[in-house]
Design a protein around this ligand. Structure first.
Ligand code: TYD
Length: 203
């Protein structure tokens, strides 16, 4: 089963993806925790090109190609083999991020994303947790990390506000696999809220 976490920058996805992986492991279920862009050696190399440097370093079209090159490598080397071995794969971001960031907010290129997805990836998550965070709080949190990976955070608050709306629209477009969970509160609160929301969808 492929479970993805999505949301704006600084919404706490990584922490919650890790918490779910530990929860599943404690139940004796093997869960592979991974992330995008990245998750395989080649994709991690491509990640560096995407998340650092000037805002205008890549056009939205080039960005889509780089994200999809990374995603294809990740799929070939980690996601597909893990799913074939019957493991849970928990991924911090996946194609929905491209649909929202490059397909709807940075540019209006959703058709291009969908075509590439069909050609190169072909699978969708079984379950997607969308963490819904306040854009200004999340942006401050993201920037405060000082990760040196702020190329998208540097696009500003208005950009993050539009991303939030983009993810909410996406949840309406794919209601069968998406659950929206409020990201406010302590990590433990949010983790409990997520388990509550997904419990009856887990096999
Ligand atoms: P991530 O490491 O998840 O950042 P954060 O922890 O701040 O949420 O992702 C890196 C950045 O890449 C993030 O700003 C979102 C962006 N991104 C896209 O624009 N398109 C994509 O397809 C993906 C996977 C990420």
């Amino acid at each position: 089963m492929l479970i993805t976490f999505e949301g704006i920058d600084g919404s706490g996805k990584s922490t919650q993806a890790r918490a779910l992986a530990s929860h599943l492991a404690a139940l004796g279920r093997e869960a592979v925790l991974t992330r995008e862009p990245g998750g395989s050696d080649g994709a991690e190399d491509i990640r560096k090109l995407l998340v650092s440097g000037e805002v205008g370093r890549w056009s939205p079209e080039t960005e889509i190609l780089l994200f999809y090159a990374a995603r294809r490598d990740h799929l070939e080397r980690l996601i597909s083999p893990s799913l074939a071995a019957g493991k849970f794969v928990i991924c911090d971001r996946f194609a929905d991020s491209t649909r929202v960031y490059q397909g709807a907010v940075r540019a209006d290129l959703r058709a291009m994303v969908d075509q590439l997805h069909k050609l190169m990836i072909g699978i969708e998550p079984d379950l997607t947790v969308i963490l819904d965070a306040d854009p200004s709080e999340a942006l401050n949190r993201g920037l405060a990390r000082g990760s040196g990976e702020d190329r998208f955070e540097d696009m500003g608050l208005a950009f993050q506000m539009r991303l939030r709306q983009g993810f909410l629209d996406l949840a309406k477009e794919f209601p069968d696999r998406c659950v929206v969970v409020a990201a406010q509160g302590t990590q433990e609160n949010v983790a409990a809220r997520i388990l509550d929301a997904i419990q009856d969808r887990l096999p």
